[in-house]
Ligand binder design. Structure first.
Ligand code: UGY
Ligand code: MN
Length: 247
């Protein structure tokens, strides 16, 4: 979308935000080299997690130490060598991973233009439950299930939906005209990246045209709805906190 000078589709409200890519500004993120790193969402916005967009040069790297932060990541384009603790794999576009809290992880030998989205949160342990394990997978191997019975709105749940995990990372793909079946209002928070296509996102009482490259933050209880528009399917990657007690 071409935007006249002095305008942007970006909106940052108290309980939701739309971040269009025209406004991105890089940060230096400790441990990440040879990359343009954008902290798209974090606690400064009001969120309880961080969403980063890393665009690597050839031979870029990320070296993150083990800490109380866990990371879920998705390779939108490019490729690299990914290591999480004892797991090591060459990955390409469509790869995803989960690095548990306490586990160091790294990305090395990135191809030029490799784009990776990271979701990071502080892990909340669950009593009598083992730590979640490291994962490296390929979204192409994860079947899309009809969402609440609609075959035109398909959900790929990338990480195990078990109590050990306190976050989820999913890909939602809509055929043109398909919608979220109702306006959701829920305790879970979302970070979202539009991967393909376009549509309209309702966030609280505002409706936003959105397209590939846009990011969205939805605070807990932000009413939300989406319709895919245009002639090609729309898809988005999103984060959600799950599986923990109400109090
Ligand atoms: O998982 C979800 O809450 C999902 N249905 N929300 C969304 O796509 N905005
Ligand atoms: Mn939702």
């Amino acid at each position: 979308m071409s935007i006249p000078y002095g305008n942007t589709r970006t909106r940052v409200a108290a309980r939701h935000a739309l971040i269009a890519p025209d406004g991105h500004v890089k940060s230096n993120v400790p441990g990440i080299t040879g990359a343009a790193s954008v902290i798209v969402i974090n606690k400064a916005m009001g969120a309880n997690f961080a969403q980063l967009l890393l665009t690597f040069e050839q031979g870029g790297a990320a070296n993150l130490p083990g800490s109380n932060v866990e990371t879920a990541g998705y390779f939108e384009t490019g490729g690299a060598t990914l290591t999480i603790g004892g797991l090591k794999k060459k990955v390409k576009a469509g790869a995803f991973f989960f690095a548990p809290a306490g586990e160091p992880w790294s990305v090395a030998a990135t191809k030029a233009g490799t784009r990776v989205t990271l979701f990071q949160k502080r892990f909340v342990a669950l009593a009598d439950t083992a730590m979640p394990q490291a994962i490296i997978g390929d979204a192409a191997d994860v079947p899309g299930q009809p969402f609440l019975g609609d075959p035109d709105a398909r959900l790929q749940v990338l990480l195990p939906d078990v109590p050990a995990f306190d976050l989820a990372m999913n890909i939602f793909t809509y055929q043109p005209g398909a919608t979220l079946p109702f306006v959701e209002t829920h305790v879970m928070e979302h970070g979202l990246l539009m991967l393909a296509g376009q549509g309209v996102y309702r966030l609280e009482d505002s409706w936003y045209p959105v397209a590939a490259g846009d990011a969205i933050w939805m605070a807990p209880y932000c009413p939300q709805w989406f319709v895919a528009m245009g002639k090609t399917p729309a898809s988005y990657l999103y984060y959600k906190d799950v599986n923990r007690t109400a109090l």
